[in-house]
Design a protein. Sequence first.
Length: 852
Amino acid sequence: MLRLHSPLRGWCARLDETPDEVFAQRLLGDGVAIDPTGDTLYAPCDGEIVSVATSRHAVALRAENGAEILLHVGIDTVALGGQGFQALVQAGERVKRGQPLLKFDLDVLARGAKSLITPILITNGDQFSVAEACVGMSVEVGDALLNVVSAASQADSASGAAGQEETLSFAVPLEHGIHARPAALIANFAKAQNHEITVSSHGRQANARSAVSLMSLGVKHGDEVALVASGAGARAVLEQLKALVLGIHEAPHAPDAVQAAAPSVSSAPKGGAAHASDRSDTVDATAVTNRLRGVIASRGLAVGRAVTLKDAEIAVVEAGRGIAHESAEFERARDEVRVRLNQLAQHSQGAAKEVITAHLEFIDDWELVACARRAISRGKSAAFAWRRAVRDSADTLRALGDPRMSERVDDLIDLESQVLLALSGEAPVTIPSLPERSILVAEDLKPSQLVSLDATKLAGICLAAGGPTSHVAILAAAMGVPALVALGPAVNAIADGAWLVLDAEQGTLSISPDQIALAAAEQTLAQRRQRQQSERAAAHVDCRTADGQRIEVFANLASIAEAQVAVTHGAEGCGLLRTEFLFLDRDSPPSEDEQLHQYQSIAGALDGRPLVVRTLDIGGDKPIPYLPLPAEENPALGLRGVRTSLWRPDLLRVQLRAILRVQPTDQCRVLLPMIADPAEIRAVRRMLDEVRRELSLSTQVQVGAMIETPSSAVIAARIVREVDFLSIGTNDLTQYTLAMDRGHAELAHRIDGLHPAVLHLISMTVNAADEHDKLVAVCGGLASEPAAVAILIGLGVRELSVVPTLVPQLKSLIRTLTLESCQSLAQRALAMDTAEAVRALANEAMTPAALA
Ligand code: PEP
Ligand code: MG
């Protein structure tokens, strides 16, 4: 089956509505007709141009499956003799779907032709027929228009033969199943194909072009899905889609995030002076008169005045004011919201950007938009049609009972009101200017409302409804704003301007507390701010232990935004740029120039500080859609890191060229992941020398090896001879040493880099490097754990590369340590039997007294 995509923007009608008997009676072939509102005709599919009329008003195209398509702009336009038409292609040329074919002057045509309506026909109807045409609705260029089915396949299916339908079934390995991000990736892939792809699971079916429909399938980890498509090349398309799904990488920052979060929970110091104020971070409970209990969505403490937010109900009328009017309004409102979201996306990052990206995905969701257009074509108002489409999808997602999907429901409902507001001509509900120290009080909050707030004035958020894993919760945490949700309806009675103490450490909201309670909360806040301020103030000063040992604190990066955060938090450079994360969400490898642009921008953001660029670490738990690897029984032990690069030297060469082109030429260092022996380093070095010659570079580039396999640690003395520095990746070193998958949920609590075996390998590595006077850094998650820092320093590590925002805290911790106490702690740790024992020792030692 061949899918044709709309070659024009406009209103799609049945051929019968064409004011010309030849077309209306399908004498030239079956198809549809579009009344255009755009002035360019685009290719509806890939193919070859068979002919362009001498009067340039019509183009005939042969698709790859042999279907011949006539695109005839306007009726009786031949009489214009080419006036107002410009041909952009010629006969014999191969074209891609979406490529412009003709340009025309709508004014000239409107004046000179009988009608602008443009028939799109299949002219070899003996071999092909038209199925599932989208008529009676407005269409955008590229929208699905109709399906062309070959007579042979119809005959096959009529006779019960298998025909050309292909099915590919597999179990979904994604940890969270097909949730929003995988759904969006699948939909984007499917939209770019000529084949109609159906995804089925649990007895339900979804059009692969619609992220919302895909999510509605409720596919969870391990569930079986079947991909179905028909027509020539269908198998290959399904294979590609399968590879894409299998290659989706979940939670790229998980290791860092888990380990960075750990100190505040599992390794909390027992009375350590450096963190003494943590214990007084709660509010005195006795003095509070009016207190509500809620669920913690973003940790912290806030004191401020209530700013209440009440959402206005948007009135929606069911009956439309004419199909053309409502269609135009629908497109206008979506355009308006899309433009605003794109603007917001440019200025946001992290979790806020994710929310906006989800909204952008949904606003053009194939199924949602088609549903709304169908309702409009049945005479409903655009607002009614959109609300119905959104609510139906939201209900289906809600019925799945999956908390991840509830977040998507929030997004859908949020987007529903954005479009309804645009249709009503009202401005989106944003809170005007917030006074200083505002605590926002609302029934619920939409992500779009939160991202439009001035975070500098927002002290906290209390919601009557909401959940701790909602987008608003994630956003609030990313913005550093304490938040409580599910406080119940009593929240709605809070008066504007009332004093509030929001304790999102204990889960309580105190309304109009007395002076004593207020003062206590203020004091706690002041202490906490002071501690963070002094850490931040000292973050830019070189870091030394109390007895003067210099320790460099670098940052691990995966984006330009993180580079900026790292610099403001006092990072001395980037010790690990995970380049694979710069190029995750794409289906083709990044070009040399694209890579150069990214690396150069990060180098610029680091403002001269060293930038350690790790070559693509693809494979294992980091598969990449554009590089499907051969099926492997155990990917963690297969092609990954430098092995993948040497398996695809073309990709490595492009990357090395991009790194070496960064200016100034000595800012970047090259780091090689997953080194197992010196031969791998020599192979990369040979290519580096070639690239340097190609680029006529006289400067040497520093090369480092990651120590993240036990083999490399054991023969570190030989590895180190080949390189300028070593960097220990404790995440993988732990996984391979303990033979425990770093992504294994059951084993998660046991995969601990403080295991004595891992510490012994670190120690061996440092000793080998010391003998050759080479630097050893630790860039794995262990370096971001306060409890582990003293041990690493005691083992001889002199450079840590950590989560960017933790730089100030870690530097201030290091300044309380002495080298001698760290060394003695490290020796005791090496003698322990288990990770638990080392961790207990490390936590105990967090008090300066124990380290003295
Ligand atoms: C590591 O393994 O510790 C490391 C830093 O590399 P990644 O986490 O990217 O595999
Ligand atoms: Mg690693």
